[in-house]
Design a protein around this ligand. Structure first.
Ligand code: ATP
Ligand code: MG
Length: 256
């Protein structure tokens, strides 16, 4: 793999198109991801967010264009990325510790399991079964399972969508802290515009398979929700969506 040069993009999507059978789902997608960025992808249900994330993870073939990872064309799985899904996908017959350790081969990685469980606030639940955990705890396990592989790029597909508002805010803090401490690059797919502005330093809006907005968020972390600029950015994104589709506010709700 080519060496990383300074601020070179870690990922470059050029003119990506994706169709399922005859249905075009993504078109003309150009996206450059720089190291350390936290990108949020928002957009209406069915606009192509998860498909784009799966393409970045190398889990979905593209119909046209190219995906360049560290200067080389992606072929198969993207080894620098780990993806975390909305439902967590824990194995119910494995305890928390073993869910996090799934697929680990080296002893040095296995030795990290307790540490990573501590980092996500679950040090005392390592012997619990998934069924004994709350929704938020399950997502913490899923996050630990992604992070144990020390991915350079963390891909999050609506990981907090099923959680209540307070647990979501706690998870925002956790994700933000881990992103900073581990110097990750993160791409978060979310329906929640407020969540996007709380976490990301760049918000991308997809409409009908195309990127129609790429907005930098330059507010300092941790984000203060009472900051008027914060609310202004949330409104700006919602207004951009409403211009084309007046009925979208309920789908991209502030509090979900
Ligand atoms: N494997 C597949 N085969 C056929 N069509 C698919 C497949 N995966 C996705 N699609 C279609 O592609 C479009 C985009 O789907 P995608 O899951 O990327 O949307 P999304 O923006 O993530 O939506 P949501 O917010 O509801 O999760 C949808 O019309 C969907 O039906
Ligand atoms: Mg999706």
């Amino acid at each position: 793999m080519a060496a990383i040069q300074g601020n070179e993009p870690i990922l470059k999507l050029s003119n990506i198109g994706k169709s399922f059978a005859n249905k075009e789902v993504l078109r003309n997608i150009d996206l450059q991801v720089n190291p350390g960025e936290f990108i949020a992808i928002v957009g209406k249900s069915g606009c192509g967010k998860s498909t784009l994330l799966r393409i970045i993870a190398g889990l979905e073939e593209i119909s046209s264009g190219s995906v360049i990872v560290h200067g080389e064309e992606l072929n198969g799985r993207n080894k620098m990325a780990k993806i975390m899904f909305q439902d967590g996908r824990l194995l119910p017959w494995k305890k928390v510790y073993d869910n996090v350790g799934l697929g680990l081969k080296s002893d040095s990685q296995k030795q990290q399991i307790s540490k990573i469980l501590e980092q996500v606030g679950l040090a005392d639940r390592s012997k619990a079964w998934p069924v004994e955990l709350s929704g938020g705890q399950k997502q913490r396990v899923a996050l630990a399972r992604a992070l144990i592989h020390e991915p350079q790029l963390l891909l999050l597909d609506e990981p907090l969508g099923a959680l209540d508002a307070l647990t979501r805010i706690e998870m925002h803090e956790l994700i933000e802290n881990l992103w900073r401490e581990k110097q990750l690059t993160a791409i978060l797919v979310t329906h929640d515009v407020e969540e996007a502005v709380a976490l990301a330093n760049r918000v991308i809006l997809i409409e009908e398979g195309e990127i129609v907005m790429d907005l930098p968020i330059r507010l300092p972390y941790p984000r203060q929700r009472e900051n008027p600029i914060y609310s202004k950015l949330v409104s700006q994104i919602l207004n951009r969506i409403m211009k084309k589709r007046g009925n979208l506010v309920s789908e991209l709700s502030l509090t979900k």
